[in-house]
Unconditional design. Structure first.
Length: 171
């Protein structure tokens, strides 16, 4: 649990810190096993399972927590129809969630949803870095980005939830 606690921002303290650390540790273990296909041998390493650099539950959970923080500050926004390339690419992935979950269930292979979580988190991070949201001066673009942020937040929460992982709002 101490390793998971090291992934949490210092301003989170007390009981909340312990709850978040427990959720991250549980998610790291679950995700490591779920994202591996049944045919592959699993080698569990805490450093890999708790990495914020990608291919881990904390990576996907952190993307959700980041999207949630923006949602708290800016709201849901309003889709305007004009999307930046990174935003458009992310929204295509958001819209694929239903098909991904259906295919995962049809094949009885949860790793398909786990991979979706990682791909969406990566696309969200690209969007976040390429398209300033809260500091955007163009109000129409800001509203569109807030709507895209909210859509990604919901999709990440639902995808993580589909594989039994809590999408934390703070990390």
């Amino acid at each position: 649990m101490k390793r998971a606690e090291a992934k949490i921002k210092p301003e989170v303290t007390g009981g909340e810190r312990k709850e978040i650390a427990a959720a991250i540790a549980a998610a790291a273990i679950r995700f490591t096993f779920i994202r591996t296909t049944p045919e592959k041998k699993i080698t569990f390493r805490w450093d890999d399972a708790l990495s914020l650099e990608g291919d881990s539950a904390p990576y996907a959970i952190y993307a959700h927590a980041r999207a949630h923080k923006i949602f708290e500050k800016g709201g849901k926004g309003k889709a305007t129809g004009k999307l930046e390339p990174a935003e458009k690419e992310m929204m295509k992935k958001v819209m694929a969630l239903d098909a991904v979950v259906a295919e995962s269930a049809r094949q009885m292979r949860p790793h398909i949803v786990a991979e979706y979580c990682l791909e969406l988190a990566t696309l969200y991070n690209k969007f976040y870095n390429a398209c300033p949201i809260l500091s955007c001066e163009d109000e129409a673009a800001r509203q569109s980005r807030l709507a895209s942020n909210y859509a990604a937040k919901i999709a990440l929460a639902n995808a993580l939830g589909a594989i039994g992982i809590t999408a934390l709002e703070r990390m």
